[in-house]
Ligand binder design. Structure first.
Ligand code: ATP
Ligand code: MG
Length: 351
C-alpha cells in the first residue's frame, strides 16, 4: 500500500466547502484503486487565521509544508476583511514562489452536460502550460520623467533556463497526449524576447522529433481558442500569454466553478500545489451550493501528478457523467447542492 501524504489548506469562503468534498472523493478513489491511501493534514491558514494571528500562516509554515508530497489548496482571499495583496502574498504567492512552482498547468476540455458559450464547441481537449516565474511579470522597471512627459518602463525577463524548462515540460506532456505542441509567440511585434522564445522552442524541439509543433502569434491563438479549440493539444506560453489563454480556456468550458489548475515544482526540492481556478466566492459561501467540480478536477490533476493517470481519467469520466445527467449546481444551470453532487460522484465511483 502506497501512502500519499498531502498538506491540505482549505483557506477561505467556499474553499472550506469544496475541499472537504474533494477529500472525500479522493478517499473513495483510493479505495477503488486498492493500492494507495491518503494521509491528509489540514492547516487552517486563511483570513480567519489572519484575524487571530496577524499573519496568514505561521513563521515556520513553509517548513511544515515542505515535508509533504503535495499541497492541496482551496481558495484564499476575503477582501471584505483582509486586503487581497495581504492575503494572497501572505499565503498563495508565498508558497508558489518559495516552492519554486515555475509551471502552471490548466486543462480545458469540452465537458458533456455543460453549456459552453461557443457556438460549435465540438470536442476540444487542450492543456495550457504557462511559464509561471518570469517573463512579462518581472519586477524590473521603473518610471522616468523626460521633459514634460512621464514614462513607465517594464522589462520582460526571459532566461534560457526558465524558457527551456517550461518547454521541456510541455514537450513531455505532448508526447504523453496526442503528440502536438503549439507555442504562443509574438515575434512579429516583440522583437527581443519573442524571437528568443522561438529560438529556444526550435532548439528544444530537436530532442522531441516525434512531437509535431506549430508556432502561432498570441492574437491569432486567442481567436482560435474561440473559433477552433479542437485543433489544440498542448500549448506552451509565457507568463502573460499563458495567463490570458488559461482564462479563455476556462471561459469556453462554460464555468469557472469547474476549472482546475496545478502549480508544478520541477526540481523535486519542494512540493507542487494543486488549487482550482476559482476564488473564495464570498457571495455564495455558507449556502451549500458551491460547485465542487473545480476542486475535484484539481484532485484529479494531483492523481495524475502522482502517476495514477488511469484512476484520474476514471474519476473525470465519472464527474462528467454526473454533470451530463443533470446533477449539477446552480452556477452551471442545475439545482443540486455541493453535497448532492459529491455524493453522486462517490456513488458512481464505487460502482
Ligand atoms: P478571486 O479574486 O479569489 O479570484 P473572484 O471574486 O475574482 O475571486 P471567484 O471567487 O472565483 O472570483 O468568484 C467569481 C464568481 O463566480 C462569483 O459570483 C462566484 O459566486 C462564482 N463562483 C466561483 N467559483 C464558484 C464555484 N465553485 N461554484 C459556484 N460559483 C462559483
Ligand atoms: Mg478573480
Amino acid at each position: 500500500m502506497k501512502l500519499l501524504e498531502v498538506a491540505v489548506i482549505p483557506g477561505d469562503g467556499i474553499g472550506k466547502e469544496v475541499v472537504p468534498a474533494a477529500l472525500e472523493v479522493l478517499n473513495a478513489a483510493a479505495d477503488v484503486h486498492g493500492g494507495i491511501s491518503f494521509r491528509f493534514d489540514s492547516f487552517p491558514w486563511s483570513c480567519d487565521y489572519y484575524e487571530q494571528h496577524g499573519k496568514m500562516m505561521p513563521e515556520d509554515g513553509l517548513q511544515t509544508l515542505q515535508n509533504f508530497e503535495a499541497v492541496f489548496l482551496g481558495a484564499v482571499g476575503d477582501p471584505a476583511r483582509v486586503p487581497d495583496h495581504v492575503s494572497l502574498w501572505g499565503l498563495l504567492i508565498k508558497i508558489r514562489r518559495e516552492f519554486q512552482q515555475v509551471i502552471n498547468i490548466r486543462p480545458a476540455k469540452y465537458f458533456r452536460g455543460l453549456s459552453s458559450p461557443l457556438l460549435r464547441p465540438n470536442d476540444f481537449d487542450l492543456l495550457v502550460v504557462r511559464e509561471n516565474s518570469e517573463g512579462e511579470y518581472s519586477e524590473i522597471g521603473g518610471r522616468l520623467h523626460k521633459g514634460d512627459d512621464e514614462i513607465a518602463i517594464q522589462n520582460a525577463v526571459f532566461t534560457r533556463k526558465g524558457t527551456e524548462r517550461a518547454m521541456r515540460y510541455a514537450f513531455d506532456l505532448a508526447r504523453k497526449r496526442r503528440g502536438h505542441l503549439t507555442s504562443a509567440t509574438k515575434s512579429n511585434g516583440i522583437v527581443y524576447s519573442m524571437p528568443f522564445w522561438d529560438e529556444v522552442f526550435k532548439d528544444v524541439h530537436k530532442d522531441y522529433p516525434d512531437v509535431q509543433t506549430t508556432s502561432t502569434h498570441i492574437d491569432a491563438l486567442a481567436a482560435f481558442f474561440v473559433t477552433k479549440p479542437q485543433v489544440f493539444d498542448v500549448v506552451v506560453a509565457s507568463n502573460l500569454f499563458g495567463d490570458i489563454l488559461t482564462d479563455i480556456g476556462a471561459a469556453i468550458m462554460g464555468g469557472i466553478g469547474i476549472a482546475p489548475a496545478a502549480n508544478i515544482n520541477l526540481n523535486g526540492k519542494y512540493p507542487s500545489m494543486f488549487e482550482p481556478v476559482h476564488g473564495s466566492a464570498p457571495d455564495i459561501y455558507g449556502l451549500g451550493i458551491a460547485n465542487p467540480i473545480g476542486q475535484i478536477w484539481t484532485a484529479k490533476m494531483m492523481l495524475d501528478h502522482f502517476g495514477y493517470l488511469e484512476l484520474g481519467q476514471h474519476l473525470l469520466d465519472v464527474v462528467e457523467s454526473v454533470t451530463y445527467d443533470g446533477i449539477k449546481t446552480k452556477d452551471i444551470g442545475g439545482s443540486a447542492t455541493t453535497r448532492e453532487v459529491t455524493s453522486e460522484i462517490i456513488r458512481r465511483l464505487q460502482k
